[in-house]
Design a protein around this ligand. Sequence first.
Ligand code: PLP
Length: 801
Amino acid sequence: MELTTEQFIHDFEATLKEQKQITIADAIPEELFLALAKTTRQYYTPLWLDRKHALQKREDKIAFYFSVEFLPGRMLETNLLNLGILDTVKDAFTQLGVDFDAVKESEHDMALGNGGLGRLAAAFMDSLATTGYPGFGNGLRYRYGLFKQRIVNGYQVELPDSWFGSIGNVWETRKDHDIVYVSFFGNVYMTDAGDGKLKPVYNNAQVLRAVPYDVPQIGFGNGVVNNLRLWDVEIPEEYELNYPTIEDRRRVEDITAVLYPDDSTDEGKKLRLMQEYFMTSAGLQTIVKSYLKMGLPLERIYEKVSVHINDTHPAVAPAEFMRILVDDYGLEWDVAWEATCKTMSYTNHTILSEALEKWHTGLFSYVLPRVYQIIVEIDNRYISRMSAQGVDYETIENTRIVRNNQIHMAHLAIIGGHSVNGVAKLHTELLKEDTLRDFYKISPEKFNNKTNGIVQRRWTQIAAPHLSQTIDKWIGDGWRSDIHELRKLNDFVDNPDAQADFWQVKQESKQRLADYIEKTTGVHVNSQAIFDVQVKRLHAYKRQLLNVLHIIKLYWDIKDNPNADFTPRVFIFGAKAAPGYHFAKSVIKVINELANLINNDPAIGDKLKVVFLENYRVSLAELIIPAANVSEQISLASKEASGTSNMKFMMTGAVTLATLDGANIEIKQEVGDDNIVIFGMDKDAVYRHYESHDYYSRGIYESNPVIHRVVNSLVDGTIPNCQSEGNEIFDALITYNDEYFLLEDFQSYVDAQARIAQLYADRSRWMHMSLMNIANSDKFSSDDTIRQYAQEIWQLHLPQA
Ligand SMILES: *Cc1c(COP(=O)(O)O)cnc(C)c1O
């Protein structure tokens, strides 16, 4: 949009006066933020309305992305950038003498997600708007986002993240006219509806009100505003007498109180199931209602609507859709089933079996009695259909939905939809040949790959403005709207002046991070050192512990040979552990105690520093990632479905140190073998161990003196104050046979790390690598990923202008 600084200053001052009855000079950053956000709302609101009316008028097909997690982080800069007024606003603030950064930092991260999965959903919202496709989000409006992490005495402490704070969510709009009702519990029986059909009658159900709050998703430079709809729960007035105490009310409000802080297993099962059904049912009900307003036949709803199931949490969708079509609107089962399958599609995010959701039939039928009946019917019909097609008994048993009193949600999503995708090439291959191979045998046409992506704008233009200006200087600013133009940088990867410029920019980012580290942890780090970064959720498969073992080795190397050459390193960690994940929390404790030991040892000095930054989240990632020299992507091959932080690091010029896992393989293809450092077993080697059961970690420990000494350091008092955590980790590695093969990959990792040090010492070689990474990162734009979803899975069309 067109906006002069004068016009903006006028609007901003008026809003501030109206909202807070003060002038700029008297306002604190929070007040300035609120006024700026409200001013921004005035700018996008007409676009939002136009979009809604245009889509209604043209009756375009719309995709709805159902996800229990959305992790957008801060919205202010994205909204300003995408409206095309970020620079105008920054200029105006400079004129007004207001510190823009202080204002932007008073926005609380919108943290309605755990990690990569939620971040991907948020990226897709941005990219749908930016590409112009009609794609809306559907999720939950948690009052508390992911917990806030504090480190106390080296331990993780979890605090509630009351992100609404005193000002609420400034971006959302409550939509009372789209309220719907969702039922739980009670019992259901079928009666004759008089026309030969059976109709369900519900007794003693708990009916709750679902209230939508819409959050705008603004496209980059195109005036498009899509919708992210988040549902909140309320008790309908007519049922208030059922909830006489505060406790009774709270139990209901809990449905939208907290995001489950564990992205791999499910706790609080009943509440979790209620959350999943609540947002799925509310979303589907409003979708059907708004479709019917067009006056088109319900059985052809798939021509105007796609529903995407992001991981299994909304996988009850096919059954709930059947309930709506058959029970609420009277469609014949077979007609409804065809419409359902053509509407639904599903993304699988993991092959870790503990993360594939299953519900016990007892719990499920108690919470959702009618949906349970429908699932059983879907399952029975599936079995008959497969038997009739000659599918063998075992395959049917392995793929059916209800088995041994468990409801397999992934199976429901696959059977009730037309598309299943993995999130990186290797991951999709593993789904086909292992995790979901029986489904692949039956319906190979459903399977496809969509490698994850990142919103390049957030990780370059917003997180790394100086890097972006330097890119402009060398190749012009066309890359800002067409990411593929980044490839022009390939012409300059060996240009000494370009290398010097980009080196300088990286140094500035490192200094900014060094200042933050000193301010928040008191540790002084030298920005000339290699900044070696591993930031992601703490999980055994991601192998932060392998990084730790290597650091212990370096510690002994320096102690043994204080005069040897050593390229200084700063190891930077950021990671939240699920509150109930004991092992992961022990790793955090050990990292912090190891950091204490190393950072305070004068014999180590500036050669080695270890830093754990608390409360890793999107806004912190924006500070850390552009400052990295080395991107640690060291999961056990086959376990990381894709990874996306690997892409963010690549795009901002870090060199990837990685196993051949997830999208690391595709990064390697893009940058070439010489511009990435690969180590460790590949997926085939890992699977060979699984098949031959020949791994014996104690054997490695006993025969390799380096590993022996490093592992013993966990338990012999070398690292103080973590005896029990050290023992727990020792047991995982030695007594319980090292489930993620750290000891097997250790030597290869050490060698790769030595290679990193060697490469870094040769600055022009290093800058060649760094620039090759930036120049060839365009493949990982989520704009392109979403175009593939839109065209290949959802069959959307770009609205004609
Ligand atoms: C990108 C991102 C992730 C995902 O990181 P991976 O290393 O791919 O697991 C997690 N959390 C935040 C805050 C992120 O920005």
